[in-house]
Design a protein around this ligand. Structure first.
Ligand SMILES: *[C@@H]1O[C@H](CO)[C@@H](O)[C@H](O)[C@H]1NC(C)=O
Ligand SMILES: *[C@@H]1O[C@H](CO)[C@@H](O)[C@H](O)[C@H]1NC(C)=O
Length: 345
């Protein structure tokens, strides 16, 4: 039992924000969705060389944008109905509770870099579309075509197969058979679901959480959205609390999957709130997935969670074609980025 006079000394490390059991503290921690190892590494190296958690999230996600991780991050992927690739990204500083984000960003490759500029150089949170492009240009980013041979091929194949799949309902001509333009059908069709799963590998957003030794948190995302989306569609990724969330007083989380469903549940915010109440990170992630599952049993999605002392976990919704979710971890107990898998629930 600690003598009374020992108490101030025991409390000192807490006041300084240094973990008591420093030798075994897992911090710093880098956690990201999917086996995007080079992104993990870039974030870790940033912290190791004295960068901030926000720098680490920016650098990590930038690597994925340049590598076009899974074709679903960065340029040249997920063409919309008109064949254009547009980008969504956000970055959140969990110390200042400040966010920078871009939605439907056109013709700029480094979306998370632009999100960082929104964070640093404005008091806004989210800029969208062509105006976000103008902002990016003023910040020195290059305006360039994001289409590639691969994205053009994807788009022409989609046109050749009568624009299947698409995300329209209750319109004419019948969107399950024909291309648009569409108009409201005027017929009250019954039983058309508010949700449609088309391709689970169409949504591999990078979501990243970084926590340093002092317990500073940051989180971020970057994606080119959903293949063949209706132009203007913005998913969960650039929305604080949906795609990612961070709060030094509780923890940080990020989500990946069908953004149109995830967005309705603010899963990253919810996970952080569970952790604030003392929930274990893995349990927090599971509870978030279970809650969405009650409404959308077939939804595709996964969440990663970490609390401010460096414990982490992940969870995903089980589908016939998706039973395990891979994510990356790098912390002070490891000497390299490590892939971990979690069984979906
Ligand atoms: C990761 O980085 C290594 C070394 O730079 C490179 O060889 C590899 O192609 C990268 N991985 C991906 C998926 O781009
Ligand atoms: C983080 O989670 C671990 C494992 O559940 C727990 O032991 C620890 O107390 C949590 N940290 C905080 C700050 O809640």
């Amino acid at each position: 039992m600690a003598r009374k006079s020992d108490l101030p000394l025991l409390l000192l490390p807490l006041v300084l924000g240094v973990p008591l059991a420093q030798g075994s503290s897992p911090l710093p921690l880098v956690l990201n969705t999917w086996p995007f190892k080079n992104a993990t590494n870039a974030a870790w190296q940033t912290i190791a060389s004295g960068g901030s958690v926000v720098d680490a999230v920016e650098n990590g996600c930038t690597v994925c944008e340049a590598e076009q991780c899974d074709g679903t991050v960065g340029f040249g992927g997920s063409p919309d109905e008109l064949g254009e690739t547009t980008l969504d990204a956000m970055i959140m500083d969990g110390t200042a509770m400040d966010v920078g984000a871009v939605g439907g960003l056109r013709r700029i490759k480094n979306a998370i870099g632009v999100a960082r500029r929104v964070l640093e150089h404005t008091t806004h949170t989210l800029l969208v579309g062509e105006s976000a492009t103008k902002f990016a240009e003023s910040m020195g980013f290059t305006n360039e075509d994001l289409s590639t041979r691969a994205s053009k091929t994807l788009h022409s194949e989609w046109l050749a197969q009568n624009c299947q799949p698409n995300y329209w309902r209750k319109v004419t001509p019948d969107p399950s058979k024909y291309c648009g333009p569409y108009k409201p059908s005027g017929v009250l069709e019954q039983g058309i679901p508010a949700y449609k799963e088309v391709d689970i590998h169409g949504h591999d957003t990078i979501g990243m959480v970084v926590i340093d030794k002092m317990g500073h948190t940051a989180a971020g995302t970057s994606t080119n959205g959903l293949k063949f989306k209706i132009p203007g569609r913005v998913g969960d990724s650039p929305i604080p609390g949906a795609g990612a969330y961070a709060d030094d007083l509780a923890g940080a989380a990020a989500a990946t999957g069908d953004g149109d469903v995830l967005l309705r549940f603010l899963p990253s915010y919810q996970a952080v709130e569970y952790m604030r109440r003392g929930e274990d990170p893995a349990t927090a992630c599971q509870k978030v997935i279970s809650r969405i599952h009650e409404y959308f049993p077939e939804f595709f999605g996964a969440v990663i969670c970490a609390n401010v002392t460096g414990s982490y976990g992940a969870a995903c919704n089980k589908l016939p074609t998706f039973t395990q979710f891979s994510f990356m971890v790098y912390n002070s107990l490891r000497n390299q980025p490590t892939e971990e898998k979690v069984d979906c629930i």
